[in-house]
Ligand binder design. Structure first.
Ligand code: DAH
Length: 352
């Protein structure tokens, strides 16, 4: 007769030696598999006499239950061990210092943009934005730069294949000046639709900041840059208004009441007369030099007409200033390209 106690001991020992579930299942097959020791014994019962079959059957079943429970214990132990090793591999060291959350900040040019909006808002100017993909009517023709006019070549830009729905050539706008026409002619149309005439048409006071494009790239020029357009149209808006508004704007922008401004005669197709605005700081690194900061002028009668207004009745001024230029002077940045490299060592010097 087989020593069942010995068999159970052997099985427990084999299971204990199994290092992983594959070898454990192999060991199981030896005892409980299709032709395992216990299985064979159970199969052999049929040959025994009835009485013996009963007692032998009961013994074998007890042994089988013991082997099965030993097997289950080992399975549980292996599963627990593998869980533990996984957990320790994925352990998180809660005592490590945190990485912190990077706090971003506004790009310096965007701060200038916001500052300008605040200043002009405070003196009753609206803020408008327009499309960066323009057509040649708004960008040039309506601004008194007819096709083939030499002034067009002062602003070489990126042309886009194809035309808009009105058959106009598309291009990336070279300046924010097209917003003068877009904004003013919309106001005129809206007003006419409501009132039928322009007898009491209110003044237009607007700035239009935005991105502009030109074929240009060096330390002081980038193919994409920012401008802010200013426009004030009314019935008695004079060059003196331009001087007053722009001088106060610059003093507020640079937080410096001692600034000097100079309006130097210049040429732009859309203004007559035209002036380049220069600024001089009374002290500091830039003291004693005239720095060009903006184009400006009294809006040309042709442009007034293209807004839908009568130049005999309406008059005003416009200016267009570079936001990068204003930002460079305000923070003392000497290379424009720094604004577009996105180097955080540069950008983090302008914390929120
Ligand atoms: N649009 C001009 C440029 O980008 C700047 C400018 C000059 C705008 C005179 C104006 C203006 O509104 O009156 O060079």
């Amino acid at each position: 007769m087989v020593d069942l106690d010995q068999l159970v001991e052997d099985a427990k020992r084999d299971f204990a030696h199994a290092k992983d579930s594959v070898s454990l299942e192999d060991a199981k097959a030896k005892y409980l598999g299709k032709s395992g020791l216990l299985t064979e014994m159970l199969k052999g019962l049929g040959k025994l006499e009835v009485e013996l079959r009963k007692t032998e059957g009961a013994r074998i079943n007890i042994a089988r239950a013991q082997v099965e429970s030993a097997l289950q214990d080992k399975r549980n132990a292996l599963a627990e061990a593998s869980l533990q090793s996984k957990l320790s591999q994925e352990a998180i060291d809660v005592s490590l210092p945190g990485r912190g959350r990077g706090v971003g900040s506004l790009h310096p040019v965007m701060r200038t943009w916001q500052r300008i909006e605040e200043i002009f808002n405070s003196i009753g100017f609206e803020v408008a934005e327009g499309p960066e993909i323009e057509n040649d009517w708004f960008n040039f023709t309506a601004l008194n730069s007819p096709e083939n006019h030499p002034a067009r070549s002062m602003q070489d830009t990126f042309y886009i294949d194809g035309q808009d729905t009105l058959g106009k050539q598309l291009l990336l706008r070279t300046h924010t000046s097209p917003m003068q026409i877009r904004f003013a002619s919309n106001k005129v149309k809206e007003y006419l639709a409501q009132h039928g005439n322009l007898d009491h048409f209110p003044e237009i006071r607007v700035i239009a900041p935005g991105r502009t494009y030109r074929v240009d790239s060096d330390a002081t020029h980038s193919p994409m840059f920012h401008q802010v357009e200013g426009l004030w149209i009314g019935r008695d808006v004079t060059f003196a208004s331009l001087k007053g508004i722009y001088t106060n704007f610059l003093k507020a922008f640079f937080e410096n009441n001692e600034l000097n401004l100079r309006f130097r005669p210049s040429y732009f197709p859309f203004t007559e007369p035209s002036a380049e605005i220069d600024v001089a700081f009374p002290s500091g690194k830039l003291a004693g030099r005239w720095l060009e900061i903006s184009g400006s002028g009294q809006v040309h009668p042709t442009v007034i007409r293209n807004m839908g207004l009568d130049p005999e009745e309406f008059i005003g001024f416009a200016f267009g200033s570079g936001l990068e230029r204003l930002t460079m002077l305000r923070y003392g940045v000497d290379d424009l390209r720094l604004f577009f490299e996105n180097d955080t060592r540069f950008l983090s010097q302008f914390p929120a």
